[in-house]
Design a protein around this ligand. Structure first.
Ligand code: NI
Length: 172
């Protein structure tokens, strides 16, 4: 499932109870795994839904500003900054790997919220990174596909040994 392209939800589906239970399942899974984000294909649902919630926890003690939980249905990136930054990421679907991944520093995203309302937000920094990581999941793309130098892909054990001061990674 994580390598397949997910399909958009119809308006009827956005009103439906099945979506509510999917969102509950995604939030619960993300929190159980101490992740900051999750995409529906990671819980075996091939639908264009992502969730994220950024708050300080034992793995991200340096994060101070809480964001979310936010649910994005049928999200689309409308614009991307030219500037990119590279930072370490991980993924709940590849639990033992870490790698530096370039992402656009800021993005504008349009999406439908669970009430069926159209929303548009600008995100930057770590939040923009999380959204780009999760949106990639909807197209079957994993963070290792975005790595510029495949030799930089590290096992978690090596990452902890050599990059202990590296900024927070994105486990989603
Ligand atoms: Ni992921």
């Amino acid at each position: 499932m994580v390598r397949q392209e997910s399909r958009p939800l119809s308006e009827d589906e956005i009103d439906g109870a099945r979506l509510d239970s999917l969102i509950d399942d995604m939030l619960e899974t993300m929190r159980d795994e101490n992740g900051v984000g999750l995409a529906a294909p990671q819980v075996q649902a091939g639908l264009r839904v992502i969730v994220y919630e950024i708050e300080p926890n034992e793995r991200y003690p340096e994060l101070e500003d809480a964001v979310g939980p936010r649910v994005m249905i049928n999200p689309e990136i409308e614009s991307r900054s030219r500037e990119q930054t590279t930072n370490w990421e991980g993924c709940l679907s590849l639990p033992d790997l870490r790698a530096p991944v370039p992402r656009h520093e800021s993005i504008v995203v349009e999406y439908t919220d669970p009430d069926g309302d159209q929303r548009r937000i600008e995100a930057d920094g770590f939040e923009a990174r999380v959204i780009q990581h999760e949106l990639d999941h909807l197209d079957g793309t994993l963070f290792i596909d975005r790595v510029r130098d495949t030799e930089s892909i590290s096992f978690l054990r090596e990452y902890r040994r050599y990059h202990a001061e590296a900024p927070a990674d994105d486990d989603g």
